[in-house]
Design a protein around this ligand. Structure first.
Ligand SMILES: Cc1cc2nc3c(=O)[nH]c(=O)nc-3n(C[C@H](O)[C@H](O)[C@H](O)COP(=O)(O)O)c2cc1C
Length: 172
Protein backbone atom coordinates (compact mmCIF):
# COMPACT_ATOMS: atom_id res chain seq x y z
CA UNK A 1 0.00 0.00 0.00
CA UNK A 2 1.46 3.38 -0.92
CA UNK A 3 1.16 6.46 1.23
CA UNK A 4 -1.70 7.90 -0.82
CA UNK A 5 -3.80 4.78 -0.34
CA UNK A 6 -2.94 4.63 3.37
CA UNK A 7 -4.06 8.25 3.84
CA UNK A 8 -7.34 7.55 2.02
CA UNK A 9 -8.04 4.29 3.85
CA UNK A 10 -7.05 5.33 7.36
CA UNK A 11 -10.08 5.52 9.63
CA UNK A 12 -10.56 5.80 13.36
CA UNK A 13 -11.30 2.23 14.39
CA UNK A 14 -13.12 1.73 17.68
CA UNK A 15 -14.27 -1.88 17.45
CA UNK A 16 -11.89 -4.76 17.25
CA UNK A 17 -11.95 -8.43 16.35
CA UNK A 18 -12.13 -9.93 19.87
CA UNK A 19 -9.47 -12.46 20.63
CA UNK A 20 -7.25 -11.70 17.63
CA UNK A 21 -3.90 -10.66 19.03
CA UNK A 22 -1.48 -8.29 17.35
CA UNK A 23 1.93 -9.93 16.92
CA UNK A 24 4.88 -8.26 18.59
CA UNK A 25 6.64 -7.86 15.22
CA UNK A 26 3.71 -5.73 14.02
CA UNK A 27 3.81 -3.59 17.15
CA UNK A 28 7.53 -3.10 16.57
CA UNK A 29 6.86 -2.11 12.96
CA UNK A 30 4.30 0.48 14.13
CA UNK A 31 6.86 1.95 16.51
CA UNK A 32 9.58 1.92 13.86
CA UNK A 33 7.31 3.92 11.55
CA UNK A 34 6.37 6.32 14.34
CA UNK A 35 10.05 6.99 14.94
CA UNK A 36 10.56 8.02 11.29
CA UNK A 37 8.57 11.22 11.91
CA UNK A 38 10.17 14.65 11.49
CA UNK A 39 11.37 16.29 14.70
CA UNK A 40 12.58 19.80 15.48
CA UNK A 41 16.37 19.61 15.68
CA UNK A 42 15.94 15.85 15.29
CA UNK A 43 15.53 15.65 19.07
CA UNK A 44 12.90 12.86 18.80
CA UNK A 45 11.06 13.50 22.07
CA UNK A 46 8.46 10.73 21.55
CA UNK A 47 8.28 7.90 24.04
CA UNK A 48 6.00 4.84 23.91
CA UNK A 49 4.42 2.53 26.44
CA UNK A 50 2.95 -0.67 24.98
CA UNK A 51 0.10 -1.87 27.17
CA UNK A 52 -1.19 -5.42 26.77
CA UNK A 53 -2.11 -6.02 30.40
CA UNK A 54 -5.93 -6.30 30.63
CA UNK A 55 -6.18 -4.58 34.02
CA UNK A 56 -4.13 -1.63 32.83
CA UNK A 57 -6.23 -1.33 29.66
CA UNK A 58 -9.33 -1.06 31.85
CA UNK A 59 -7.64 1.71 33.85
CA UNK A 60 -6.78 3.51 30.61
CA UNK A 61 -10.41 3.23 29.47
CA UNK A 62 -11.54 4.71 32.80
CA UNK A 63 -9.00 7.52 32.52
CA UNK A 64 -10.37 8.13 29.01
CA UNK A 65 -13.80 8.97 30.40
CA UNK A 66 -15.12 5.45 29.92
CA UNK A 67 -14.11 4.93 26.28
CA UNK A 68 -14.43 1.18 26.68
CA UNK A 69 -12.93 0.26 23.31
CA UNK A 70 -9.54 0.95 24.88
CA UNK A 71 -10.07 -2.08 27.10
CA UNK A 72 -11.34 -4.15 24.17
CA UNK A 73 -8.34 -3.62 21.90
CA UNK A 74 -5.62 -6.24 22.39
CA UNK A 75 -2.96 -3.57 22.72
CA UNK A 76 -2.89 0.12 23.56
CA UNK A 77 0.14 2.17 22.62
CA UNK A 78 0.47 5.19 24.87
CA UNK A 79 2.36 7.85 22.98
CA UNK A 80 4.14 10.33 25.23
CA UNK A 81 6.41 13.32 24.84
CA UNK A 82 9.52 13.81 26.93
CA UNK A 83 9.11 17.49 27.73
CA UNK A 84 12.68 17.77 28.93
CA UNK A 85 14.12 16.63 25.60
CA UNK A 86 13.66 19.96 23.83
CA UNK A 87 14.20 22.22 26.83
CA UNK A 88 17.95 22.67 26.52
CA UNK A 89 17.99 23.66 22.84
CA UNK A 90 14.66 25.41 22.42
CA UNK A 91 13.49 26.49 25.87
CA UNK A 92 9.80 27.20 26.33
CA UNK A 93 8.94 26.86 22.63
CA UNK A 94 10.56 23.44 22.64
CA UNK A 95 8.66 22.27 25.70
CA UNK A 96 5.26 23.74 24.82
CA UNK A 97 5.23 23.36 21.06
CA UNK A 98 7.93 21.22 19.44
CA UNK A 99 7.58 18.31 21.85
CA UNK A 100 3.85 18.17 21.10
CA UNK A 101 4.18 18.73 17.35
CA UNK A 102 6.93 16.13 16.93
CA UNK A 103 4.97 13.56 18.89
CA UNK A 104 1.78 14.28 16.94
CA UNK A 105 3.69 13.61 13.72
CA UNK A 106 4.85 10.29 15.18
CA UNK A 107 1.25 9.39 16.07
CA UNK A 108 0.08 10.01 12.51
CA UNK A 109 2.92 7.88 11.12
CA UNK A 110 1.84 5.11 13.49
CA UNK A 111 -1.79 5.35 12.32
CA UNK A 112 -0.83 5.25 8.64
CA UNK A 113 1.44 2.28 9.27
CA UNK A 114 -1.41 0.47 11.09
CA UNK A 115 -3.62 0.99 8.04
CA UNK A 116 -0.95 -0.35 5.70
CA UNK A 117 -0.56 -3.45 7.90
CA UNK A 118 -4.33 -4.14 7.89
CA UNK A 119 -4.70 -3.07 11.50
CA UNK A 120 -7.19 -0.63 12.99
CA UNK A 121 -6.32 2.13 15.43
CA UNK A 122 -7.71 5.32 16.88
CA UNK A 123 -6.07 8.49 18.19
CA UNK A 124 -7.64 8.97 21.62
CA UNK A 125 -6.90 12.34 23.14
CA UNK A 126 -9.72 12.72 25.66
CA UNK A 127 -8.33 11.37 28.90
CA UNK A 128 -7.31 12.52 32.36
CA UNK A 129 -3.54 12.81 32.11
CA UNK A 130 -2.92 12.46 35.82
CA UNK A 131 -4.72 9.10 35.89
CA UNK A 132 -2.73 7.77 32.94
CA UNK A 133 0.50 9.03 34.52
CA UNK A 134 -0.36 7.22 37.75
CA UNK A 135 -1.50 3.99 36.10
CA UNK A 136 1.68 3.72 34.00
CA UNK A 137 3.98 5.28 36.62
CA UNK A 138 5.34 7.75 34.10
CA UNK A 139 8.28 9.91 35.11
CA UNK A 140 7.66 13.61 35.78
CA UNK A 141 8.64 15.00 32.36
CA UNK A 142 6.87 12.29 30.38
CA UNK A 143 3.54 13.68 29.19
CA UNK A 144 1.05 11.21 27.71
CA UNK A 145 -0.40 12.78 24.54
CA UNK A 146 -2.42 9.98 22.98
CA UNK A 147 -3.79 6.56 23.78
CA UNK A 148 -3.81 4.48 20.61
CA UNK A 149 -5.75 1.21 20.78
CA UNK A 150 -4.62 -1.20 18.09
CA UNK A 151 -6.25 -4.38 16.84
CA UNK A 152 -7.84 -6.02 13.83
CA UNK A 153 -10.92 -4.03 12.79
CA UNK A 154 -14.25 -5.75 13.49
CA UNK A 155 -15.83 -4.02 10.50
CA UNK A 156 -15.11 -1.55 7.75
CA UNK A 157 -15.53 2.04 8.89
CA UNK A 158 -17.30 4.64 6.77
CA UNK A 159 -15.38 7.78 5.99
CA UNK A 160 -16.79 10.73 7.92
CA UNK A 161 -17.39 13.91 5.97
CA UNK A 162 -14.15 15.75 5.28
CA UNK A 163 -14.15 19.45 4.52
CA UNK A 164 -13.15 20.62 1.08
CA UNK A 165 -9.53 21.73 1.33
CA UNK A 166 -10.13 24.46 -1.22
CA UNK A 167 -12.41 26.23 1.25
CA UNK A 168 -9.74 26.05 3.92
CA UNK A 169 -6.87 27.37 1.85
CA UNK A 170 -5.74 30.85 0.91
CA UNK A 171 -3.41 31.27 -2.03
CA UNK A 172 -1.45 34.50 -2.04
C1 LIG B 1 -6.13 15.09 18.87
C2 LIG B 1 -7.19 14.05 18.61
C3 LIG B 1 -7.93 13.58 19.68
C4 LIG B 1 -8.91 12.59 19.45
N1 LIG B 1 -9.55 12.06 20.53
C5 LIG B 1 -10.45 11.08 20.34
C6 LIG B 1 -11.07 10.47 21.46
O1 LIG B 1 -10.81 10.78 22.61
N2 LIG B 1 -11.96 9.47 21.21
C7 LIG B 1 -12.27 9.06 19.95
O2 LIG B 1 -13.08 8.13 19.81
N3 LIG B 1 -11.69 9.61 18.86
C8 LIG B 1 -10.78 10.61 19.02
N4 LIG B 1 -10.15 11.14 17.95
C9 LIG B 1 -10.45 10.65 16.59
C10 LIG B 1 -11.37 11.62 15.85
O3 LIG B 1 -12.66 11.55 16.39
C11 LIG B 1 -11.39 11.23 14.33
O4 LIG B 1 -10.10 11.38 13.80
C12 LIG B 1 -12.36 12.07 13.53
O5 LIG B 1 -13.69 11.83 13.91
C13 LIG B 1 -12.25 11.82 12.02
O6 LIG B 1 -12.44 10.46 11.72
P1 LIG B 1 -11.30 9.62 10.94
O7 LIG B 1 -10.11 9.54 11.88
O8 LIG B 1 -11.89 8.28 10.66
O9 LIG B 1 -10.94 10.37 9.69
C14 LIG B 1 -9.18 12.12 18.12
C15 LIG B 1 -8.41 12.61 17.07
C16 LIG B 1 -7.43 13.54 17.30
C17 LIG B 1 -6.57 14.01 16.14
Amino acid sequence: MDVFEAMEKRRSVRSFDAGREVAMELVEELLRCACQAPSAGNVQPWRFVVVRDAGLRVRLAEAALGQSFLAEAPVVIVVCADLAAHAASYGRRGVELYAVQDTAAAIENLLLCATALGLGACWVGAFREDEVTRALRLARDIRPLALVPVGYPAREEVQPRKMDCKRLTTYL
